[in-house]
Design a protein around this ligand. Sequence first.
Ligand SMILES: [Zn+2]
Length: 136
Amino acid sequence: METDEQRRALMQRVRQRKTAPEEAVAALLRSLGITYRRNVRSLPGSPDFANKSRGWAIFVNGCFWHHHTACGRATLPKNNADFWRAKFAANRSRDARKISELRRTGMRVVVVWECELEDSERLKRRLSDLREANRI
Ligand SMILES: [Zn+2]
């Protein structure tokens, strides 16, 4: 049986790990000469990166918390499975709501998944292609 204490410790660990992917995405954007602001609270959902005048926003999502579909990192803890299932469902619906709110304001929205950083060259090409297509 998982205690509240163990659950808190797990959440804490995952939360701390979350900052590394954002730093890596920041470095990729800079290397492509893409200018941005971080944690833009004036936009729905406070996107991790955004450029309001160019009209785009990027969320960097941890695969565990945001429960990336068909991703090996999107595990379901065995203890308190119902709690986690409900939590992930709530996170995913919040994500969908934030994205549609942003799109309604006319912003283009990109989601970068934590696992995409396993191949940062590939992610860099993806971001570069998005820039070429004027999506970011
Ligand atoms: Zn993933």
